[in-house]
Design a protein around this ligand. Structure first.
Ligand code: C2E
Ligand code: CA
Ligand code: CA
Length: 508
């Protein structure tokens, strides 16, 4: 149940990793597209409002000229001037009325009705935007009032003409003081604009107005949706496919599946005592019983597993199976029988390993099984505070520590100095070349001497022939492991060997 949960957790984390790998590029692309859209739309708005300001400036300059021309003739009577004023309304379509003022009161207008007083211009206010006039109560307009002393010329312009000059941007406003004229030529005073909206303002340097473009967040999203929907859909499709491929093809995916389907089988290689006929113990060497590829050797899956965090549940799973295998054959093995299991350095970073070993040992009568943890010299990492605590706990539990492949790495000597190591395993590369390589003999002898001085047991692995066996026995190696004695085999074969052995020799 515990293992099932672990595997389930692994699947969840494995799935999350794949989802993350898939979502991350999508998220990055979305963010990049968003910022691209924001900058593009803001630039567009800025260009459009700059253009509108230019056109509006030109309009006010034209009006200003008309005002100036008329101001020169304000000494003439209204009767004489009226046709002149009217002429401007005809020749300039955007002009609604042309009026003459005295002390800010209209006294003469192009509008035919007599006593026309649509507005009372404010003193010193050159341009003003108004919502309605008495002539057109539902239409906004703007007046341009140029004064010279007590006299002045006031021209009104239709609001819809101003909105026409804002161009096609429906989010652009023509603003004077607090009055905002929109694309429908409706004037609002101090409209409420949400904080989340971006405002792009372009002020006129010649006249007191500005053009403001309001860009809401939804505008960006809408633009992105309109422009990039197909691209995003395609990208999403590709990324989801990549995610699925990652999920399926991650090397550990198969391994996790194999764990779930109980395809990892512990094989055992017997270790021989050189001074008796007894089997000293076994080393657990895992095989992957693949449904399609057959039996797979550990070199094809252990490295990938060791790189991942899955090596820990994998080893615990193995311990569980080894426990089952040996509780069934206690009568066949001598007391103190060594069961050696290969441990990855990652596993040494967790104190829980000691608890798992304790649980393993609790399943057997006291001291019937000696659990040995083999640490490969090449992989040994710098010990941490956890490693020190762990080793102490393991020794209290009488779990032995063995340094595997001794002589091939470079860190074991300092390890030997820091921890109480119980066993050194001479690497098989030295044993296989014992007969024809003097330096292998020299190294082997040195390791044996070192082990003897440190009072550490020694196992020679990879013993394949009698010459190697004799050499090692002569030099005092007590435990031998290799094809000469036993090849890694499933528990059923180990049962047979042990049964046959016990019928030949009695267990000591
Ligand atoms: P190792 O721990 O050094 O195991 C000894 C290897 O030498 C085994 O290879 C074994 O089959 C092979 N061997 C034993 N006697 C002889 C011999 O006389 N001649 C020759 N030529 N080879 C011999 P195997 O089973 O392929 O395992 C390879 C490595 O995979 C192991 O090296 C160990 O580091 C790792 N491994 C195996 N099972 C596990 C496991 O369950 N967990 C971990 N973490 N590593 C494992
Ligand atoms: Ca080993
Ligand atoms: Ca080894």
């Amino acid at each position: 149940m515990k293992l099932y949960l672990t595997i389930w957790n692994i699947r969840v984390s494995h799935f999350s990793i794949s989802v993350l790998i898939t979502l991350l590029p999508i998220l990055i692309v979305l963010i990049l597209l968003y910022f691209h859209t924001v900058s593009k739309l803001q630039n567009q708005a800025l260009n459009a409002s700059t253009e509108s300001v230019k056109v509006l400036n030109q309009l006010f300059t034209d009006i200003d000229q008309i005002n100036s021309t008329l101001l020169t003739s304000t000494n003439e009577s209204c009767e004489i001037l009226k046709p002149k004023l009217l002429k401007y309304t005809v020749t300039h379509t955007f002009i609604r009325t042309v009026n003459l003022t005295k002390d800010n009161v209209i006294y003469c207008s192009s509008y035919p009705k007599k006593n026309y007083t649509p507005i009372s211009p404010e003193k010193n206010k050159k341009i003003k935007l108004l919502n309605k006039s008495t002539i057109t109560p539902d239409k906004s307009f703007l007046y341009y009032h140029k004064e010279k002393g007590e006299l002045g010329v006031l021209i009104t312009i239709d609001g819809s003409y101003i909105s026409y000059l804002l161009g096609s941007n429906k989010r652009a406003f023509f603003v004077i003081d607090d009055n905002w004229l929109n694309y429908k030529a409706i004037v609002t005073t101090n409209p409420k604009i949400k904080k989340s909206h971006d405002l792009i303002e372009t002020k006129s340097t010649q006249y007191p107005f500005k053009v403001v473009s309001v860009l809401p967040f939804s505008n960006y999203l809408q633009y992105m949706f309109d422009r990039y929907f197909l691209f995003l859909l395609l990208f999403l499709f590709i990324m989801v496919n990549i995610g699925i491929q990652i999920y399926i093809r991650l090397p550990v995916y198969d391994i996790v599946n194999a764990m779930h389907n109980k395809q990892f089988i512990p094989y055992y290689q017997l270790i021989k005592s050189s001074d008796s006929e007894n089997w000293h113990g076994v080393e657990v060497l895992t095989r992957w019983q693949h449904p399609k590829k057959g039996l797979i050797l550990p070199c094809q899956f252990i490295p990938a597993l060791e790189k991942s965090k899955f090596i820990i549940p994998f080893t615990l799973n193995l311990l569980e199976q080894v426990k089952k295998d040996f509780t069934n054959c206690l009568s066949l093995i001598p007391k103190g029988f060594h069961v050696a299991i290969n441990i990855s350095p990652k596993h040494l970073q967790t104190i829980k390993l000691a608890l798992d070993c304790e649980e393993f040992l609790r399943s057997f009568p006291e001291e019937h099984i000696t659990l040995v943890l083999e640490l490969t010299e090449r992989d040994i990492a710098e010990p941490t505070a956890t490693t020190y605590n762990l080793f102490e706990l393991l020794h209290e539990l009488k779990v032995l520590i063995s340094i595997d492949d001794f002589g091939t790495g470079h860190s074991s000597l300092s390890y030997l100095n820091k921890f109480k190591v119980d066993i050194l395993k001479i690497d098989k590369s030295f044993i296989s070349s014992l007969e024809n390589n003097p330096s292998s003999q020299y190294i082997t002898k040195s390791i044996i001497e070192l082990a003897n001085n440190l009072k550490v047991d020694i196992i020679a692995e990879g013993v394949e022939n009698h010459q190697q066996k004799e050499y090692l026995i002569q030099h005092g190696v007590k435990y031998l492991q290799g094809f000469l004695y036993s090849k890694p085999a499933p528990i059923s074969e180990i049962y047979s060997v042990l049964t046959q052995h016990n019928s030949t020799y009695s267990i000591h």
